[in-house]
Design a protein around this ligand. Sequence first.
Ligand SMILES: NC(=O)c1ccc[n+]([C@@H]2O[C@H](COP(=O)([O-])OP(=O)(O)OC[C@H]3O[C@@H](n4cnc5c(N)ncnc54)[C@H](O)[C@@H]3O)[C@@H](O)[C@H]2O)c1
Length: 413
Amino acid sequence: MNIGVIGLGKLGCSMFAAFAAAGNNVFGFDIDKNVRNDLRKKIAPVLETGLQGEINLGFENFKILDNTSQVIEQSDVIYVIVPTPSLKDGTFDTKYLENVILNISDVDSSCENKLIVITSTVLPGDTRLKLISKIRLKNEKISKIKFCYSPEFIALGSVLNDLKNPDFLLVGEDIPHSADIHIEAMMTVIKNKNIPIRRMSIESAEMAKISINSYITSKISFANAIGIASDNIENCSSKDVLSAIGSDSRIGKKYLNKGLGFGGPCFPRDNRAIQQVINRAEGLEYYLPIQNETFNSKLPDYYVKKIDQFCINKKLENVVVVGLTYKDGSYLLEESQSYLISLKLSKNYKIFYFDPDVLNNNKDLGLEEFNLNSKVIGDILLFNCSRDQSKLKMVKKIIKEKNLNYFQLDIWE
Ligand SMILES: NC(=O)c1ccc[n+]([C@@H]2O[C@H](COP(=O)([O-])OP(=O)(O)OC[C@H]3O[C@@H](n4cnc5c(N)ncnc54)[C@H](O)[C@@H]3O)[C@@H](O)[C@H]2O)c1
């Protein structure tokens, strides 16, 4: 198939590489020249698990072009995956998406059978009101391009794996079957060809995407609240309680652990956005998303207090935080609760972090890395925020070599 990808960032580049590695002819464009140059030289422009390997595999099948129109010219289905940053009120800024549409000109081939797939996260109504409306004003040829909205449910650090193994495909289409070509393209990448495909209107799919993410954040906060309350009761274990709750098939075990609150570049902002959408429904008073956000934002203080009590009891002045990024496998510190906790603790303690996921060139952390050269006087509190046992193993090896004593607190216990 001839597939185009516009916006080759954290999500777009993985999609671009996966389509090419699956044997499609793939045409890409990113407004950032460095991204284009890197890909032309077979270099992954962003860090992502397995991405370099996927680029190596697909290199013969992809071409980086110089503008949006060239990509549209060459492709039958075109994915647009540009940023939609959150605005102060929680809604999304669609200016980058609108720019992509504005930049479409000079397409010679017939556009009637071309499909643009909006993959960026948008609010219900955005695709139709801000994008389709603009393409319909273009010349007769370009105005015929069809649109669909189809987001990906991926987590940074496992983007390729998530792209290839989704639970289902969410497809919002304007005209029945107009998204067939998109489904065909995705099926070249998806391993299980029998996953459910949920086809609906564009607005329904836009609504479903942010609702799903908001629901997961509610589940995380529920688990944290019930978990903390359980541990507060004598003879009651949060692990046992949450394991029982998760065994009910109506609820399920995923995202039902007591530990860090939600963070990263997607969950918090989608949760904020859904509150805005809910607020638009006259007479509806439902504030769970905003209350959830408030609870989540106060969670780091709860753990800071706990650690404080522990350190005072044991007379500890050094804390080594294991796992600083918002999740294992990702280098992002955006809304990372372990990072927030570390910064708060650094006012009263000597804080070190240990996390091989943190980028080497990230010097503005305000925290010291823990390694064999770290100057540590006295015992240590090892505060483990990671679920990756190898990180804990590595840090314990350093502690042993430095002959230090430590106490351990595990946030996921
Ligand atoms: N990263 C995620 O985990 C994730 C998950 C689900 C959804 N999304 C959504 O996908 C979208 C993109 O996210 P991302 O994390 O990949 O962003 P990103 O910032 O990593 O990448 C976006 C890319 O688009 C490029 N770009 C901007 N304007 C352009 C234009 N006019 N033409 C061509 N390229 C342009 C940028 O240079 C950049 O390389 C957002 O709406 C985001 O909410 C992201």
